[in-house]
Design a protein around this ligand. Structure first.
Ligand code: ACO
Length: 338
Protein backbone atom coordinates (compact mmCIF):
# COMPACT_ATOMS: atom_id res chain seq x y z
CA UNK A 1 0.00 0.00 0.00
CA UNK A 2 1.30 3.51 -0.74
CA UNK A 3 2.41 5.40 2.36
CA UNK A 4 -0.02 7.54 4.40
CA UNK A 5 0.19 9.72 7.56
CA UNK A 6 3.05 12.14 8.28
CA UNK A 7 5.46 12.13 5.34
CA UNK A 8 8.78 10.51 6.20
CA UNK A 9 11.93 11.13 4.18
CA UNK A 10 15.69 11.50 4.34
CA UNK A 11 16.77 14.79 5.92
CA UNK A 12 20.51 14.15 6.37
CA UNK A 13 23.17 11.82 4.96
CA UNK A 14 26.77 10.78 5.64
CA UNK A 15 29.20 8.09 4.62
CA UNK A 16 32.61 6.78 5.54
CA UNK A 17 35.12 4.38 3.99
CA UNK A 18 38.42 3.21 5.46
CA UNK A 19 41.57 4.70 3.95
CA UNK A 20 43.17 1.45 2.80
CA UNK A 21 42.53 0.78 -0.90
CA UNK A 22 42.90 -2.82 -2.10
CA UNK A 23 43.30 -3.01 -5.88
CA UNK A 24 42.65 -5.92 -8.23
CA UNK A 25 46.36 -6.00 -8.97
CA UNK A 26 47.08 -6.66 -5.30
CA UNK A 27 44.49 -9.47 -5.33
CA UNK A 28 46.36 -11.09 -8.22
CA UNK A 29 49.15 -11.74 -5.74
CA UNK A 30 46.77 -13.23 -3.16
CA UNK A 31 44.54 -15.63 -5.16
CA UNK A 32 44.44 -17.11 -8.66
CA UNK A 33 42.69 -14.19 -10.38
CA UNK A 34 43.33 -11.30 -12.74
CA UNK A 35 42.38 -7.65 -12.87
CA UNK A 36 40.77 -8.34 -16.25
CA UNK A 37 38.57 -11.17 -14.90
CA UNK A 38 37.37 -9.11 -11.96
CA UNK A 39 36.62 -6.02 -14.07
CA UNK A 40 34.86 -7.96 -16.84
CA UNK A 41 32.77 -10.17 -14.53
CA UNK A 42 31.96 -7.66 -11.78
CA UNK A 43 32.97 -4.12 -12.77
CA UNK A 44 35.00 -3.82 -9.54
CA UNK A 45 38.42 -2.13 -9.74
CA UNK A 46 39.20 -1.54 -6.07
CA UNK A 47 37.65 -1.74 -2.61
CA UNK A 48 38.36 -0.38 0.88
CA UNK A 49 39.57 -2.50 3.78
CA UNK A 50 39.16 -1.60 7.46
CA UNK A 51 42.37 -1.07 9.41
CA UNK A 52 43.38 -3.67 12.00
CA UNK A 53 41.29 -3.03 15.09
CA UNK A 54 38.74 -0.95 13.18
CA UNK A 55 35.29 -2.49 13.71
CA UNK A 56 31.89 -2.00 12.08
CA UNK A 57 30.73 0.38 14.82
CA UNK A 58 33.75 2.62 14.15
CA UNK A 59 32.74 2.98 10.48
CA UNK A 60 29.08 3.42 11.44
CA UNK A 61 29.95 6.15 13.93
CA UNK A 62 31.84 8.22 11.34
CA UNK A 63 28.97 8.00 8.86
CA UNK A 64 26.40 8.72 11.59
CA UNK A 65 28.21 11.86 12.80
CA UNK A 66 28.25 13.24 9.25
CA UNK A 67 24.56 12.45 8.77
CA UNK A 68 23.58 14.29 11.98
CA UNK A 69 25.67 17.29 10.95
CA UNK A 70 24.08 17.22 7.49
CA UNK A 71 20.63 17.12 9.09
CA UNK A 72 21.57 19.97 11.41
CA UNK A 73 20.53 18.07 14.52
CA UNK A 74 22.39 17.18 17.69
CA UNK A 75 22.77 13.68 19.19
CA UNK A 76 20.14 14.51 21.81
CA UNK A 77 17.55 14.87 19.05
CA UNK A 78 17.91 11.28 17.82
CA UNK A 79 15.02 9.10 18.99
CA UNK A 80 16.04 5.75 17.57
CA UNK A 81 19.13 4.17 15.97
CA UNK A 82 18.88 1.24 13.57
CA UNK A 83 22.08 -0.30 12.26
CA UNK A 84 21.75 -2.68 9.33
CA UNK A 85 24.76 -4.96 9.29
CA UNK A 86 25.93 -8.49 8.60
CA UNK A 87 29.25 -7.97 10.36
CA UNK A 88 28.61 -6.80 13.94
CA UNK A 89 31.62 -6.02 16.16
CA UNK A 90 30.63 -9.17 18.10
CA UNK A 91 27.49 -11.30 18.47
CA UNK A 92 26.52 -9.20 21.52
CA UNK A 93 25.84 -6.33 22.02
CA UNK A 94 24.20 -4.72 18.99
CA UNK A 95 26.33 -2.34 16.92
CA UNK A 96 23.52 0.23 17.30
CA UNK A 97 24.09 0.30 21.08
CA UNK A 98 27.82 0.96 20.61
CA UNK A 99 26.98 3.76 18.17
CA UNK A 100 24.44 5.16 20.67
CA UNK A 101 27.09 5.28 23.38
CA UNK A 102 29.80 6.80 21.20
CA UNK A 103 27.47 9.33 19.59
CA UNK A 104 26.15 10.36 22.99
CA UNK A 105 22.46 10.06 22.11
CA UNK A 106 20.94 10.01 25.60
CA UNK A 107 17.37 9.02 24.79
CA UNK A 108 17.68 6.87 21.69
CA UNK A 109 16.47 3.30 21.42
CA UNK A 110 18.92 1.15 19.46
CA UNK A 111 18.87 -2.16 17.63
CA UNK A 112 20.51 -3.97 14.72
CA UNK A 113 18.62 -5.31 11.74
CA UNK A 114 19.82 -8.39 9.88
CA UNK A 115 18.49 -8.75 6.35
CA UNK A 116 21.62 -9.46 4.29
CA UNK A 117 22.55 -6.74 1.85
CA UNK A 118 18.91 -5.61 1.82
CA UNK A 119 19.26 -4.38 5.40
CA UNK A 120 19.40 -0.67 4.60
CA UNK A 121 16.09 -0.61 2.75
CA UNK A 122 14.44 -2.79 5.40
CA UNK A 123 15.71 -0.34 8.05
CA UNK A 124 14.58 2.69 6.07
CA UNK A 125 11.11 1.17 5.86
CA UNK A 126 11.01 0.46 9.61
CA UNK A 127 12.30 3.96 10.41
CA UNK A 128 9.65 5.56 8.21
CA UNK A 129 6.84 3.79 10.07
CA UNK A 130 7.93 5.35 13.40
CA UNK A 131 8.02 8.82 11.84
CA UNK A 132 4.76 8.32 9.97
CA UNK A 133 2.72 7.44 13.05
CA UNK A 134 4.29 10.31 14.96
CA UNK A 135 6.03 8.17 17.57
CA UNK A 136 9.51 9.42 16.69
CA UNK A 137 10.82 12.51 14.90
CA UNK A 138 14.40 11.53 14.04
CA UNK A 139 15.49 7.97 13.31
CA UNK A 140 19.15 7.37 12.45
CA UNK A 141 19.56 4.54 9.96
CA UNK A 142 23.08 3.23 9.28
CA UNK A 143 24.29 0.53 6.89
CA UNK A 144 27.80 -0.47 7.97
CA UNK A 145 30.06 -3.41 7.16
CA UNK A 146 33.54 -4.79 7.68
CA UNK A 147 33.02 -7.66 5.25
CA UNK A 148 36.78 -8.10 4.94
CA UNK A 149 36.59 -9.84 8.34
CA UNK A 150 34.24 -12.61 7.17
CA UNK A 151 35.82 -13.27 3.76
CA UNK A 152 37.95 -16.29 3.02
CA UNK A 153 40.99 -14.61 1.48
CA UNK A 154 41.89 -17.94 -0.13
CA UNK A 155 38.54 -18.19 -1.98
CA UNK A 156 38.68 -16.29 -5.27
CA UNK A 157 34.92 -16.81 -5.80
CA UNK A 158 34.10 -14.40 -2.97
CA UNK A 159 37.09 -12.39 -1.75
CA UNK A 160 37.38 -10.23 -4.88
CA UNK A 161 33.78 -9.02 -4.68
CA UNK A 162 33.35 -7.28 -1.32
CA UNK A 163 34.59 -4.20 0.53
CA UNK A 164 34.15 -2.25 3.78
CA UNK A 165 32.22 0.99 4.31
CA UNK A 166 29.30 2.75 5.96
CA UNK A 167 26.42 4.98 4.88
CA UNK A 168 23.93 6.75 7.14
CA UNK A 169 20.66 8.61 6.79
CA UNK A 170 18.51 10.59 9.20
CA UNK A 171 14.86 9.81 8.57
CA UNK A 172 12.42 12.50 9.66
CA UNK A 173 9.28 14.39 8.68
CA UNK A 174 9.25 16.08 5.25
CA UNK A 175 6.60 18.31 3.63
CA UNK A 176 3.55 16.87 1.90
CA UNK A 177 4.39 15.48 -1.53
CA UNK A 178 7.94 14.44 -0.56
CA UNK A 179 9.59 11.44 1.07
CA UNK A 180 8.88 7.73 0.95
CA UNK A 181 6.05 6.90 -1.41
CA UNK A 182 6.18 3.15 -1.08
CA UNK A 183 8.36 0.34 0.26
CA UNK A 184 8.09 -3.32 -0.66
CA UNK A 185 9.93 -5.98 1.34
CA UNK A 186 10.35 -9.61 0.25
CA UNK A 187 12.06 -12.81 1.32
CA UNK A 188 12.55 -16.44 0.29
CA UNK A 189 14.25 -18.34 3.09
CA UNK A 190 14.55 -21.48 0.95
CA UNK A 191 17.44 -19.69 -0.79
CA UNK A 192 19.40 -19.31 2.46
CA UNK A 193 22.10 -21.85 1.51
CA UNK A 194 22.99 -19.81 -1.59
CA UNK A 195 24.76 -17.21 0.54
CA UNK A 196 25.65 -18.02 4.13
CA UNK A 197 28.23 -18.51 6.86
CA UNK A 198 28.14 -22.15 7.99
CA UNK A 199 29.44 -21.90 11.58
CA UNK A 200 29.72 -19.56 14.52
CA UNK A 201 26.03 -19.46 15.45
CA UNK A 202 23.72 -21.75 17.44
CA UNK A 203 23.49 -24.49 14.80
CA UNK A 204 27.24 -25.05 14.57
CA UNK A 205 28.91 -23.21 17.45
CA UNK A 206 32.55 -22.18 17.13
CA UNK A 207 35.10 -24.90 17.77
CA UNK A 208 38.63 -25.77 16.75
CA UNK A 209 37.17 -27.89 13.91
CA UNK A 210 35.03 -25.08 12.54
CA UNK A 211 37.96 -22.71 12.50
CA UNK A 212 40.22 -25.26 10.83
CA UNK A 213 37.47 -26.00 8.29
CA UNK A 214 37.20 -22.26 7.47
CA UNK A 215 33.50 -22.46 8.32
CA UNK A 216 33.31 -18.89 9.69
CA UNK A 217 33.69 -17.38 6.25
CA UNK A 218 31.08 -16.44 3.64
CA UNK A 219 30.10 -19.10 1.13
CA UNK A 220 28.21 -18.21 -2.00
CA UNK A 221 26.74 -19.84 -5.08
CA UNK A 222 27.55 -16.87 -7.32
CA UNK A 223 25.69 -18.05 -10.40
CA UNK A 224 22.39 -18.65 -8.59
CA UNK A 225 22.68 -15.44 -6.59
CA UNK A 226 23.30 -13.59 -9.85
CA UNK A 227 20.04 -14.91 -11.38
CA UNK A 228 18.07 -14.09 -8.25
CA UNK A 229 19.60 -10.59 -8.05
CA UNK A 230 18.63 -9.62 -11.60
CA UNK A 231 15.04 -10.77 -10.97
CA UNK A 232 14.81 -9.12 -7.55
CA UNK A 233 16.21 -5.80 -8.72
CA UNK A 234 14.42 -5.57 -12.08
CA UNK A 235 11.04 -7.24 -11.48
CA UNK A 236 10.94 -6.09 -7.85
CA UNK A 237 11.27 -2.46 -8.95
CA UNK A 238 8.59 -2.85 -11.62
CA UNK A 239 6.16 -4.42 -9.12
CA UNK A 240 6.81 -1.71 -6.52
CA UNK A 241 6.28 1.04 -9.11
CA UNK A 242 2.99 -0.49 -10.18
CA UNK A 243 1.81 -0.79 -6.56
CA UNK A 244 2.69 2.89 -6.05
CA UNK A 245 0.71 3.89 -9.12
CA UNK A 246 3.85 5.01 -10.94
CA UNK A 247 5.50 3.97 -14.19
CA UNK A 248 9.10 3.67 -15.32
CA UNK A 249 8.71 7.08 -17.02
CA UNK A 250 8.31 8.62 -13.57
CA UNK A 251 11.72 7.33 -12.38
CA UNK A 252 14.56 9.87 -12.28
CA UNK A 253 17.19 7.66 -10.62
CA UNK A 254 17.64 3.99 -9.80
CA UNK A 255 19.89 3.26 -6.80
CA UNK A 256 20.52 -0.48 -6.98
CA UNK A 257 22.49 -2.51 -4.47
CA UNK A 258 26.07 -2.41 -5.72
CA UNK A 259 27.03 -6.08 -6.07
CA UNK A 260 28.06 -6.40 -9.69
CA UNK A 261 27.87 -4.00 -12.67
CA UNK A 262 26.33 -6.77 -14.80
CA UNK A 263 23.45 -7.17 -12.32
CA UNK A 264 22.98 -3.39 -12.29
CA UNK A 265 23.00 -3.15 -16.10
CA UNK A 266 20.58 -6.06 -16.44
CA UNK A 267 18.18 -4.43 -13.96
CA UNK A 268 18.44 -1.11 -15.83
CA UNK A 269 17.63 -2.88 -19.11
CA UNK A 270 14.63 -4.58 -17.48
CA UNK A 271 13.39 -1.13 -16.42
CA UNK A 272 14.33 0.40 -19.75
CA UNK A 273 16.43 3.03 -17.97
CA UNK A 274 19.59 4.46 -19.51
CA UNK A 275 22.69 4.05 -17.35
CA UNK A 276 23.02 7.82 -16.80
CA UNK A 277 19.98 7.48 -14.54
CA UNK A 278 21.52 4.65 -12.51
CA UNK A 279 23.85 5.37 -9.59
CA UNK A 280 27.02 3.25 -9.60
CA UNK A 281 29.94 3.07 -7.17
CA UNK A 282 30.74 -0.66 -7.33
CA UNK A 283 33.86 0.09 -9.39
CA UNK A 284 35.47 1.96 -6.49
CA UNK A 285 34.11 0.18 -3.41
CA UNK A 286 33.04 -3.33 -4.48
CA UNK A 287 30.02 -4.80 -2.73
CA UNK A 288 29.71 -3.03 0.63
CA UNK A 289 26.43 -4.82 1.40
CA UNK A 290 24.14 -2.69 3.61
CA UNK A 291 26.33 0.38 3.03
CA UNK A 292 26.19 0.35 -0.76
CA UNK A 293 22.86 2.09 -1.35
CA UNK A 294 23.29 4.96 1.16
CA UNK A 295 26.89 5.48 -0.01
CA UNK A 296 25.81 5.72 -3.66
CA UNK A 297 22.87 7.98 -2.81
CA UNK A 298 24.94 10.33 -0.65
CA UNK A 299 27.55 10.66 -3.39
CA UNK A 300 24.89 11.70 -5.91
CA UNK A 301 23.35 14.14 -3.42
CA UNK A 302 26.79 15.68 -2.80
CA UNK A 303 27.31 16.02 -6.56
CA UNK A 304 23.87 17.69 -6.84
CA UNK A 305 22.85 15.11 -9.41
CA UNK A 306 19.67 14.47 -7.47
CA UNK A 307 17.28 17.40 -7.43
CA UNK A 308 14.28 18.42 -5.43
CA UNK A 309 11.24 16.37 -6.44
CA UNK A 310 13.20 13.62 -8.23
CA UNK A 311 11.68 10.16 -7.96
CA UNK A 312 14.26 7.68 -6.71
CA UNK A 313 13.92 3.91 -6.74
CA UNK A 314 16.24 2.06 -4.35
CA UNK A 315 16.44 -1.67 -5.02
CA UNK A 316 18.23 -4.13 -2.76
CA UNK A 317 18.78 -7.89 -2.63
CA UNK A 318 20.90 -10.20 -0.57
CA UNK A 319 21.35 -13.10 1.81
CA UNK A 320 18.19 -14.59 3.25
CA UNK A 321 17.31 -14.48 0.47
CA UNK A 322 15.81 -11.03 0.86
CA UNK A 323 14.94 -8.19 -1.46
CA UNK A 324 13.30 -4.78 -1.09
CA UNK A 325 12.42 -1.67 -3.04
CA UNK A 326 11.88 1.84 -1.68
CA UNK A 327 10.43 4.62 -3.82
CA UNK A 328 11.11 8.13 -2.58
CA UNK A 329 10.39 11.64 -3.87
CA UNK A 330 13.55 13.51 -2.98
CA UNK A 331 13.24 16.44 -0.59
CA UNK A 332 16.23 18.75 -1.06
CA UNK A 333 16.68 19.43 2.65
CA UNK A 334 20.03 21.14 2.05
CA UNK A 335 18.61 23.82 -0.21
CA UNK A 336 15.46 24.26 1.83
CA UNK A 337 17.32 24.80 5.08
CA UNK A 338 20.20 26.79 3.53
N1 ACO B 1 39.14 -14.96 -10.81
C1 ACO B 1 39.21 -15.83 -11.82
N2 ACO B 1 38.30 -16.80 -12.02
C2 ACO B 1 37.30 -16.88 -11.14
C3 ACO B 1 37.17 -16.01 -10.05
C4 ACO B 1 38.16 -15.02 -9.89
N3 ACO B 1 38.12 -14.12 -8.88
N4 ACO B 1 36.06 -16.33 -9.34
C5 ACO B 1 35.50 -17.36 -9.97
N5 ACO B 1 36.25 -17.72 -11.04
C6 ACO B 1 36.01 -18.79 -12.01
C7 ACO B 1 35.09 -19.83 -11.47
O1 ACO B 1 35.79 -20.75 -10.69
C8 ACO B 1 34.54 -20.44 -12.74
O2 ACO B 1 35.46 -21.40 -13.19
P1 ACO B 1 34.96 -22.82 -13.71
O3 ACO B 1 34.04 -22.50 -14.85
O4 ACO B 1 36.23 -23.46 -14.11
O5 ACO B 1 34.28 -23.44 -12.54
C9 ACO B 1 34.60 -19.31 -13.75
O6 ACO B 1 35.38 -18.27 -13.13
C10 ACO B 1 33.26 -18.74 -14.16
O7 ACO B 1 32.40 -18.72 -13.08
P2 ACO B 1 30.94 -18.13 -13.26
O8 ACO B 1 30.19 -18.40 -12.00
O9 ACO B 1 30.34 -18.57 -14.55
O10 ACO B 1 31.23 -16.59 -13.43
P3 ACO B 1 30.16 -15.47 -13.52
O11 ACO B 1 30.24 -14.82 -14.83
O12 ACO B 1 28.83 -15.91 -13.04
O13 ACO B 1 30.72 -14.43 -12.44
C11 ACO B 1 30.35 -13.81 -10.17
C12 ACO B 1 30.92 -14.84 -11.12
C13 ACO B 1 31.07 -12.49 -10.38
C14 ACO B 1 30.55 -14.29 -8.74
C15 ACO B 1 28.86 -13.63 -10.48
O14 ACO B 1 28.23 -14.89 -10.50
C16 ACO B 1 28.17 -12.77 -9.49
O15 ACO B 1 28.43 -11.59 -9.36
N6 ACO B 1 27.18 -13.32 -8.76
C17 ACO B 1 26.43 -12.58 -7.81
C18 ACO B 1 27.26 -12.35 -6.61
C19 ACO B 1 26.60 -11.36 -5.71
O16 ACO B 1 26.08 -10.38 -6.14
N7 ACO B 1 26.67 -11.64 -4.42
C20 ACO B 1 26.20 -10.83 -3.41
C21 ACO B 1 24.75 -10.51 -3.57
S1 ACO B 1 23.93 -10.25 -2.13
C22 ACO B 1 24.96 -9.52 -1.19
O17 ACO B 1 25.41 -8.50 -1.60
C23 ACO B 1 25.41 -10.17 0.08
Amino acid sequence: MPESGTRAGIIGMGSYVPERVLTNRELEAMVNTTDQWIVERSGIRERRIAAPGQATSDLALEAARKALEDAGIGPEEVDLIIVATNTPDSLLPAVACIVQDNLGTPRAGAFDLLAGCTGFIYSLSVAAQFVRVGMYRHVLVVGAETLSRILDWEDRNTCVLFGDGAGAAVVGPVPEGYGLIHTKLGSDGSGGPLLYIPAGGSRIPPSRETVEGRLHFVRMNGREVFRFAVRACGDGSLEALEEAGLSVDDVDFLVPHQANIRIIEAAARRLNLSMDRVLVNVDRYGNTSTASIPMALEEAVNQERIRDGDNIVMAGFGAGLTWAVAIMRWYNYRKKSG
